[in-house]
Structure formats: C-alpha cells, structure tokens
Design a protein around this ligand. Structure first.
Ligand code: ADP
Ligand code: MG
Length: 262
C-alpha cells in the first residue's frame, strides 16, 4: 500500500508546491515509485513538472467528478530517472470543488480514485490548494499523513491551529489513522533571528513532529519551476536540491521506523 502524504497549509506561498515537486523528484531519484497529485486549480505543480496545464486531455477534475480511469489522466515525468507519475490539474479543478459539494461521497472521491492505484506506488504526494476547502478535505481523508510546510516568520504559527483543528476533525469523523507526517521548515534563512526563534518555538511545541531537515531559502528552488524542472534537474548541486534529497531520506527513514513499530 502506498504511503499517501498530503502537503497542506491554508497559507499561500509557504512552499507547498515547491516541496511537492522536489520531494517527488527526490524520491524518484532514490528509485521509489512515486505519484504526484496536483490538487490546486492553479496547476503550479503541473507546470513545475514541465507539463502544460493548458494542454491537458484529462485532469484531476475529471477523476473527481466522473468515472474515467486514473491511467487515462496520468502523465509521465521522465526526469530525474526513472521518473515519476503526475496527475495534472488546471483551473477546471475549481469546477470540481463546486461539483463535489452536491456529490454524495464528496469527501471520499480522491480516496476512491487513489484506491485503484495504491498498489502501483510506494509514495503518493498530494499538493493541496491554499485553503481548507473540499479539495484539501479530500486530500486529508485519503492520506495517511499530512506534511505541513511552514515559513519561519512572525505569522507562521497563526493559522496552524486552524489546520490542526481540521486534521483533528477529520481524524474523528473520516480518517482515524491520519497522522502528522511532519512539520517542515521552509525558506529558512539562518541569519534571520526571528526565523531562528520561530524555528525553536516549533521544536518546543511539536518536538519530533518537526523534520530535522530544514529547507534553506535558495534562489535555484525559485527559478527551477520556470524551466519546468525540479531543482534536482535544474541545479542538482544547489543547496535547495540537496536539502530536498535529505528530506526524502528522512521521510523514508521515518516511514521504515513506523513500519517496523507496527
Ligand atoms: P505554495 O505552494 O505554498 O503557495 P510555493 O511552493 O509556490 O508555495 O512557493 C511560493 C514562492 O516561493 C514560489 O515563487 C517559490 O518558487 C518560492 N520558494 C519556495 N520555496 C523556496 C525556497 N526554499 N527558497 C526560495 N524560494 C522558494
Ligand atoms: Mg502551491
């Protein structure tokens, strides 16, 4: 069974999509079978993988609202070798968000979609939109874990409680096994005192739930999407690429540890 990880934070611009694309690429380069699901109507993860969001036959929207097969929707991203699969999205997904409201199993549509593919992958990464809407709820209901990227700044912790409340509600009503996969410090600048303070606060509050790996602020991570590439391909020796590789190893280590404990 695939480990399904939802990358969520209702704040925009905290590094969700950057993390989704680069974690998928890093796991692929470690020879894991990976599916990246773009669940944001902005389609940034899709474009960041070099797939044109304006030229898609089917998108995640079709999967959520109709009965088409997941294989008809998947696109192959070939780099880094051996590549990974992408469920692309674009603005049509806004229609899915609205269409789902009237659907009977509206919170479990993604769970059903992924059930048909769970055996094919070791890790499924879901890039969520910047809101706690029905799409994010679908991701949290389908997932085993939620990875929360946080930019260490003054308002970073504001909003985190709303997300954690949502996770708790989903645990109670829909997905008892949902865990905090990890809290990830992103865009970190060690010369910034406030960032260091917030980082320490996170460790004090969330202890081992905070990944050891810290993603630095790195311009290569910001440039790579405009080339339709992960940083692993765009500049494999950049600090950003190396940090995401380290994150992938940490994600795998934690997963193995949980499997052994189970
Ligand atoms: P979200 O998906 O949460 O909205 P993004 O991943 O799109 O956030 O990141 C927001 C912006 O910050 C993007 O322009 C992205 O390229 C840039 N960015 C993300 N992570 C980093 C980083 N570690 N260093 C520098 N720029 C980053
Ligand atoms: Mg995004």
């Amino acid at each position: 069974m695939a480990n399904i990880i939802a990358i969520a934070n209702q704040k925009g611009g905290v590094g969700k999509t950057t993390t989704a694309v680069n974690l998928a690429a890093s796991l692929a380069s470690l020879k894991r079978r990976v599916l990246l699901v773009d669940l944001d109507p902005q389609g940034n993860a899709t474009m960041g993988c070099g797939v044109n969001k304006h030229d898609l036959s089917y998108t995640a929207c079709d999967l959520l609202l109709t009965d088409i097969a997941i294989a008809d929707c998947i696109q192959r991203v070939i780099e880094p070798s051996p590549g990974f699969d992408l469920l692309p999205s674009n603005g049509d997904l806004t229609a899915a968000e609205i269409g789902l409201i009237d659907s009977e199993d509206r919170e479990r549509r993604l769970t059903k979609v992924l059930a048909s593919a769970a055996e094919a992958y070791e890790t499924v990464i879901v890039d969520c939109p910047p809101s706690l809407n029905m799409l994010t709820v679908n991701a949290l209901v389908a997932a085993q874990g939620v990875l929360i990227p946080i930019q260490c700044e003054y308002y970073a912790l504001e909003g985190l409680s709303a997300l954690l409340d949502t996770v708790e509600q989903i645990r109670e009503n829909r997905n008892a096994g949902l865990r905090i996969e990890g809290i990830l410090r992103t865009m970190h600048d060690p010369r910034n005192n406030l960032a260091n303070q917030v980082s320490t606060q996170l460790i004090t509050h969330f202890k081992d739930d905070v990944y050891r790996t810290i993603i630095p602020r790195n311009v290569r991570l910001a440039e790579a999407p405009s080339h339709g590439q992960s940083a692993l391909i765009y500049d494999p020796l950049s600090k950003g690429a190396i940090a995401y590789l380290a994150l992938a190893s940490e994600v795998l280590r934690r997963h193995d540890k949980r499997q052994r404990a189970a």
